[in-house]
Design a protein around this ligand. Structure first.
Ligand code: IPM
Ligand code: MG
Length: 351
């Protein structure tokens, strides 16, 4: 019997409506297993810019620091995307949140669902056995390195910097995750070109001795992009830098058939953050069309992180049961669809 304080940063677009389903599911889990979840809402992203001029207001950051976990919807709005002169962007809120909270590890599991193989862009036989975890470094590299314009304004630069300690802590997570899974770790980098990648290899090779049960291999990122499409089942755990992880996780996220299925967690410090991989889909907002499964599975990852593993399993098995039954939002079942809210209810009904 425990009580948890959850910061709700539901954000922009479809964020609020998918988070609402996640909360319904958490409340059902609470009722069944005897836990209390207290929710406090705070703005982030475009909506926070509209309200305060700041994509991550201080009150939001303070709330996050004081909570047991952060449940995050989505951020982003097209009015910022095509405006290179915009000084404030919703994304800055997310990046600052990761940095300030020390969330250096982003875990993105990708697995296929048997009953949805027909939705995958890959042939069914290529999806057989796909079950991987992408461990992405989240607070360093080119995202946070020195960037700017030189005097004439016509030259711009972004630098990719990694210190040994940043590499060690994320690679350690990769080894440990692999040890708990199928024992295979792939470091994805560009060591044939980049010095920072060569440091990643050096450090990772040094650490390998501590994990004799994990088979380590290295792969260049361009080849990895190709292998994820040709033979995704070969991967168990991939560990990689911030930007390579950003790109490869989006590519892998569609293998399962819909971006709307995949959860993620960002961890590394006391408070973890849990969010669907998909974005804010502003065109679909408020229409009861978005798939809440990614968000609901992110709630399950949150429970795992809070030490409530059987509760997390209850959510995962409810999701599986509903997907197996052939019900789903329009991305899964164009002909026989349920809405966002209806999908949430179906999953709640199986817990
Ligand atoms: C992600 C997103 C973010 C990133 C954006 C919104 C800044 O693409 O979480 O993958 O690039 O990290
Ligand atoms: Mg991304």
């Amino acid at each position: 019997m425990s009580t948890f304080n959850i910061a709700i940063l539901d954000g922009d677009g479809i964020g609020p409506e998918v988070i609402k389903q996640g909360i319904k599911v958490l409340d059902k889990v609470g009722a069944r297993f005897g836990h209390t979840f207290n929710y406090t809402y705070a703005p982030v992203g475009a909506i926070a810019i509209d309200q305060t001029g700041n994509p991550l207001p201080d009150e939001t950051l303070d709330l996050c620091k004081a909570s047991d976990a952060i449940f995050f919807g989505a951020i982003g709005h097209p009015r910022f995307d095509n405006d290179p002169t915009a000084k404030v962007r919703p994304e800055q809120g997310l990046l600052r949140l990761r940095k300030e909270l020390g969330l250096f590890a982003n875990l993105r599991p990708v697995a296929g669902y048997k009953e949805l193989t027909h939705l995958s862009p890959l042939r069914p036989e290529r999806m057989e056995g796909v079950d991987m975890l992408i461990v992405r470094e989240l607070t360093g590299g080119i995202y946070f390195g020195d960037k700017g314009r030189l005097n004439d304004g016509d030259t711009a630069y972004d630098t990719c910097t990694y210190h040994r300690f940043e590499i060690e802590r994320i690679v350690k997570m990769g080894f440990e995750a692999a040890g708990n899974r199928r024992g295979k770790l792939t470091l994805v980098d560009k060591a044939n070109v980049m010095e920072s990648s060569r440091l990643w290899r050096e450090v990772t090779r040094e650490m390998a001795g501590d994990y004799p049960d994990v088979e380590l291999n290295f792969m260049f990122v361009d080849n990895a992009a190709m292998q994820l499409i040709l033979n995704p089942a070969q991967f168990d755990v991939i560990v990689t830098s911030n930007m390579f992880g950003d790109i490869l996780s989006d590519a892998s996220s569609v293998l399962a058939g819909s971006l709307g299925l995949l959860p993620s967690s960002s961890v590394g410090a006391k408070v973890g953050m849990f969010e669907p991989i998909h974005g804010s889909w502003p065109e679909g907002a408020g229409q009861d069309r978005a798939n809440p499964v990614a968000t609901i599975l992110s709630a399950a990852m949150m429970l795992d992180h809070l030490g409530l593993v059987k509760e997390g399993d209850a959510i995962r098995s409810a999701v599986n049961t509903v997907l197996e039954s052939g019900s789903g939002t329009e991305d899964l079942h164009p002909g026989n669809k349920v809405g966002t809210d209806g999908m949430g209810d179906l999953i709640v009904g199986k817990i």
